[in-house]
Design a protein around this ligand. Sequence first.
Ligand SMILES: C[S@@+](CC[C@H](N)C(=O)[O-])C[C@H]1O[C@@H](n2cnc3c(N)ncnc32)[C@H](O)[C@@H]1O
Length: 425
Amino acid sequence: MLAVEVIGQVLRRRRPLDDAFATHQGLRGLDARDRAFVRALASAVLRHLGYIDAVIAKLVREPIKARDAVAEDILRLGIAQLLVLETPPHAAVSATVALTVALNMAHMTGFVNALLRRVIDEQETVLAEIDRTRVAIPDWLWKSWVGTYGEPATQAIAASLRGEAALDLTLKDPATTDEWAQKLGAVVLPTGSLRVHDNHGRIDALPGFHEGAWWVQDAGAALPAKLLGPVTGMRVADLCAAPGGKTMQLAAAGAKVTALDRSAGRLRRVSENLARVGLVAETVADDAAFYRPPRPFDAILLDAPCSATGTARRHPDVLWLKQQGDIDAMVLAQDRLLDAAARMLTTGGTLVYCVCSLEPEEGPERITRFLARDRRFIRVPIRAAEVGGLTEMITPQGDLRTLPSHLAELGGIDGFYAARLRRVS
Ligand SMILES: C[S@@+](CC[C@H](N)C(=O)[O-])C[C@H]1O[C@@H](n2cnc3c(N)ncnc32)[C@H](O)[C@@H]1O
C-alpha cells in the first residue's frame, strides 16, 4: 500500500523518490526492515518502469483512464513482483488484487486480476517481443544519447541501469585502502574507491563508520575533486558543496576548503559529515552566482546543479521526472555559475567544472562556450593515469566522461562529465 503511494507521489506529483520517501507520514512508524522493503518495491517499479509500461501497453486495448491511475500503479507493482522480483505468481496476484480493494479501486479488481494472469501466461510469447533495452529509456533521452554516444553505447548504458548499484566508499586516508577493503569485504576499484556488494544493512553499522574512516560516494563522483591535483595548503572553493562528498575529499587532501551552498539546510549536512570524519572546512550559505570571496581562490571545484541523468543507477526516477525543458533551464544556471567561478579564481589557478549528467548540453557544450567567451582560460587535458588508467573515460578533448556502462564487469559507475581549466591571465 505504502509503495503504491510512494510511486504515485513520484509519477504524478513529480517528486523525487528520495523526497517522497523521506516525507511520507506512513513510513515514519515502520521499522528499518519494513521501510527498506517498501523502498525496494517502489525502486523496482521505477527502475523497470519503461518495461512494465510496455507490458501494460502490449496487453490493454486502450490506455487506463486518468481516474484509475491508482489502479495502474497497483498493476505496475504487481507486474514488478511477477517479472522483476520473482515473487511466486499466486502470491503476487492475490496480494495485488487485495491491494486494489484496499485502495478503493474495487471496480478494477477483475481487470487487474485478468491482466496479471495474462502477464504470467504470455511472458514467453507476446511479452518476449518487447525490446527491453529500448523501452527502458524515455524517447528524448534515447535520442540524445544515441546522437552523443552512438547506439551500441546507449544500449550498454540502458542495460547497466537494470541492476542496483553497489555501495561505494571514499576513504579519508588512501594509505589505509587495503586495511579497510579487508575489514569491509570490499573490492578496490581501479580509481581507488572501495565497492561493497550486496550491502542491504544500515550504513552506520559498517566497520569504520563511527571512526569516520570513509564516506559514501559513488566511484564516478569521487573523480572530479582529484582532478585539481595536489591541493595541500591551497585555498580551494567547493561551490555547490552539499552534502559534502567532494568537500571532504579536498579537506582530506589538505586543502583549506570553503564549502559554499545556497541551501542552509543542505549545508548543515556538510558540517555534520565533516564532523563525523574529523575534517574541517569553512561553510558559507550563499548563491555561488553572487558570492564575492575576500580574496581569489587558488583552485575551484564547480559541481554544478544539473539534470542528474548520470545517476539513474542510484536514482531510477530521474529518467522519468526530467524533460528536455529542464536541461534548457539548467544550462542557463551552469553558464552563470561558470562565469562566477571565473571571477573568484586567481591567475594561474585551476577550475574543475563537473556535472553528473549524460547530456552534452550540460557538459562539453558549456565548456566550449565558456572557453570561447573567456579567453583567460585554457583547457588542461586530463590523463587516463589520473583516473586509474581507464582510457575509455577520457574524451578526445581531454575531458572526463564516465558512463554508467563503464566498469560494467565490476558493477558500473555513475555518469559524470568534468573539464579542467586553467586561468592563464
Ligand atoms: C550536484 S549537488 C552537489 C553535490 C556535492 N558537490 C557533493 O559532492 O556532495 C548540487 C548542490 O548545489 C547546490 N546549488 C545549486 N545551485 C546553487 C547556487 N547557485 N549556488 C550555490 N549552491 C547551489 C544545491 O543546493 C545542491 O546542494
